[in-house]
Design a protein around this ligand. Structure first.
Ligand SMILES: *Cc1c(COP(=O)(O)O)cnc(C)c1O
Length: 386
């Protein structure tokens, strides 16, 4: 899939050796939290009607200045990605599935009638930023440099039409998994009042509006003691779709106790998670049968009660793979298994992190190395607390 990985040399690798990061960087990297500290740098790529895409620029982190009539603010032409760079066992820093993230950003942009950035340009901007920030990539297992490319319509215009200007800003932050590195199982509750997406809508796009639409119900779920809302389909309110920022998997046990993985199909209402896709691929390699299959909330409830549903987990770039230990269904509150993380969840997360940290061979071409294993280059006095 990562067609750029094999063919591209690494012109972004910094030539000069290895200066120091800002004071306190070591401490930040030991306990980065999730996106608390910007690296102090961004990559920027712009598009204008007529002239097309600019080359990437690396700039200091700073405020955007915008006209209050900016189209992206009024009419929501804003899409983003969430991706990661990992430090491998030998110190090399690599982007994970960068080209696939670029392809998804382009698809999200197309759905919102925005300019589609070429995948090669997207990947180069990420690689240049990560190469410049290589000393900001923590080394702990599960830690990463989180990269947030945001593509926004920048033209000032009050009439409703697609913008004739866009800016993509790539932000970077050292990060632990977003729900914590202890992977404590989550509690989720089905959204019974609101829906996140319907077929034909924007549910599959990583667009800002989807997250605004989820916030009310997600916040109510959190006030009721859950971590997240579990979204159901918009028509029948019956089929499980995903969480607000993560896809979901079920681990069913057949009569012989053999596990079988299932995840809802991508029919236009859920985000096509690259973690989801990676896990489907890795499961096959581990000999775990895995299918994309519509799953009704009723079936999940019955499965929890009968024991046929052994595990449930959520997956996404930011949170990696994290168990779901408790499920609210609207009329019941059920503990899945013994409420603790199950063995299949743990096994799949390890398989994924082992590839990401280059502890196992990258047989799928998912890693794009952006530094040599000496890999630290920096500028003094940078860094900014987000
Ligand atoms: C980003 C996202 C995911 C997970 O996608 P990954 O590529 O695995 O990070 C799942 N659902 C939603 C709604 C998302 O925004």
């Amino acid at each position: 899939m990562s067609d750029t990985a094999a063919s591209m040399p690494a012109p972004w690798a910094p030539a000069s050796p290895a200066p120091l990061g800002p004071p306190g960087l070591d401490r930040i990297l030991q306990d980065p939290g999730f996106c608390r500290h910007s690296t102090g740098r961004v990559a920027v790529v712009e598009w204008e009607a007529g002239s097309g895409w600019s080359e990437p620029r690396i700039e200091p982190y700073g405020a955007l200045s915008m006209d209050p009539a900016t189209l992206g603010l009024h009419y929501g032409q804003a899409v983003f990605e969430g991706m990661k760079a990992f430090r491998g066992a030998d110190g090399t820093v690599s982007l994970f599935r960068a080209a696939d993230h670029g392809r998804r950003l382009a698809r999200s942009a197309a759905r919102l009638a925005m300019a589609e950035m070429p995948v090669e340009l997207f990947t180069r901007a990420c690689a240049e930023l990560v190469a410049a920030d290589a000393h900001w990539v923590p080394g702990g297992y599960g830690q990463s440099l989180y990269i947030r490319p945001l593509l926004l319509a920048t033209e000032a215009e009050m009439g409703l039409r697609p913008s004739r200007g866009y800016r993509c800003v790539f932000l970077a932050y050292p990060a632990d998994p977003c729900f914590g590195s202890d992977f404590r199982p989550l509690a989720v509750t089905a959204a019974t009042e609101t829906v996140r997406a319907v077929r034909g809508g924007t549910g599959e796009a990583k667009c800002a509006g989807n997250y605004a639409a989820s916030l009310l119900t997600r916040t109510e779920a959190q006030a009721a003691g859950y971590d997240e809302a579990l979204w159901l389909d918009g028509l029948e309110r019956r089929w499980v779709e995903e969480l607000s920022t993560m896809n979901v998997f079920f681990v069913w046990h057949d009569a012989d106790g053999r596990p079988r993985l299932a995840t809802p199909p991508c029919d236009g209402t859920i985000v096509r998670g690259l973690t989801r896709d990676s896990l489907l691929t890795l499961a096959a390699g581990l000999g775990l049968p895995a299918v994309e299959e519509p799953t009704a909330l009723d079936a999940v409830r019955d499965g929890i009660r009968s024991g046929g549903l052994a595990e449930m987990f959520a997956c996404g770039t930011a949170g990696v793979v994290v168990g779901v230990g408790r499920l609210g269904t609207g009329d019941a509150d059920l503990i899945i298994g013994d409420g603790k993380e199950g063995p299949v969840t743990e096994r799949l997360r390890s398989a994924l992190l082992d590839v990401q940290h280059a502890r196992t061979p990258d047989t799928h071409g998912w890693l794009l190395p952006v530094t040599g294993n000496a890999g630290t280059a920096a500028i003094e006095g940078e860094g900014r607390d987000a």
